[in-house]
Every structure is written in structure tokens, then in C-alpha cells.
Design a protein around this ligand. Sequence first.
Ligand code: G3P
Ligand code: MG
Length: 233
Amino acid sequence: MTSSLQIFAHRGASGQSPENTLLAFRQAFECGARWIELDTQLVENQLVVFHDDCLERTTNGRGRLNALSLAELRRLDAGQGQQVPLLEEVLQLVSDRQAGVNIELKGPATAVPVAQMLDDQLVRGQLTSEQLLVSSFLLDELEQFHQLMPQLHCAPIYETLPENLEDWLVRLLPWSVHLDQRLIDAALVARITACACRVFAWTVNDRDQAQRLAQLGVKGIFTDFPEIFFETE
Ligand code: G3P
Ligand code: MG
């Protein structure tokens, strides 16, 4: 049953490698994943791949991400000697493998530069629209992205459900809705499916739980351990 799920390596193979690094993304592809998920934010007007507001949890730096220059950020160790990657570097990995990427607009003001970068990649034939899915908790940011690039798949992410869920689905026309797995039940899957959207669940690190979600109609999961979904049984 889990074989019917679309598997996204959440921040790469982040259960075994430093999250959101080129190493974690390479390992995700090596274990068989076809899709990765990453978080992007702006530093000195450059798109970098980084989850938190602060540096401590995932690097040897201290303080806030937006207090650093890009050069200072790139000198930090993001674990196992890895640098914080540029979004463009990760897109090159995806392009080389003809894989897929879910770009989460994590930081403010990311919609426009991400749209510009993806437009450039599409025009140059580096990536195709089928390899791209753009998501965000920041619904205004996501709506701006959707208006700039309506031809690309987008997805709102929810940790709690808004009262006006269906209104947002009409406005964004998303490909998928990315839900905290704790929100999911059959009725909610039916509501979202009725709006012609798929439900993808985060963050699912257990095969049995993935199977339960698949039985509820969930079509994809984000996991820190993509390897457990690709190992031979
Ligand atoms: O997109 C699913 C998941 O990545 C959302 O939460 O905090 O891991 O970015 P977070
Ligand atoms: Mg994310």
C-alpha cells in the first residue's frame, strides 16, 4: 500500500545526514527517492536552503540567519563539513537526476525570486514544470507565487486548519494540500479531494503509519527516512 504513495525526502535524507544539505539530497536520491523537499529563504538577496530563523540547531554559527552576509553563512559548517546550499545548487542536482523538488517558500519575500529562478530554469530547459512543486505556510506568499507562475503546481501547508479552507483552495487552485499528519482523517481527505486536490502528509517516519494514511486516501508523505520506503522487503 505504501508503494502507492509519493515519497518526498523531507529536507533530504535528513534522518541520516545533515538536513537541507547537498549530502542529504544526494543520499535521498541514492536510496531511491525521486522527490526531495527543501526550505528556502533569502540571505543578501540570494536564495539559500535553510529551515530555521536561527543558526544554532543546524550549523556551528550563532544568532539569526538574517544577521549574516551570504559569505559568512557559506563559511559555516551545516554538519559533516557541509555548506548551507544555494537553491540553484540543489536545482542542479535535481536537473542532473531528472528528479522532482518541492520548494517550500519558508522565508518572507521569496515568491518573486523563486519565480524568477524557476522561470529561468524552465526557459533554459534545465527543469520541466512536472519536476516542480512550490509550497508554503505563508499563504499570501504562495498566492503571489501562483499569480506569477500559474502553470506550476503549488500547495498550501497547514499545521492547523483555517476556517475558510475551501476559499483558499479556490484561490490557489493547488495541486496538493500538505497537512500535519495529526490533522488527517477520512472526512478531511474527502473534503480536499472534492476540491480536486491531493492530500500529502508530513512528517511520516514510520511505514505502518504511512500505510494507515494511504488507506485514508493520502497520496504522498514527507519523510526524514526515505530509505525505509525503498528498501527491499
Ligand atoms: O512541507 C512539509 C514540511 O516541510 C513543513 O514543515 O517545518 O518541516 O518545513 P517544515
Ligand atoms: Mg519544509
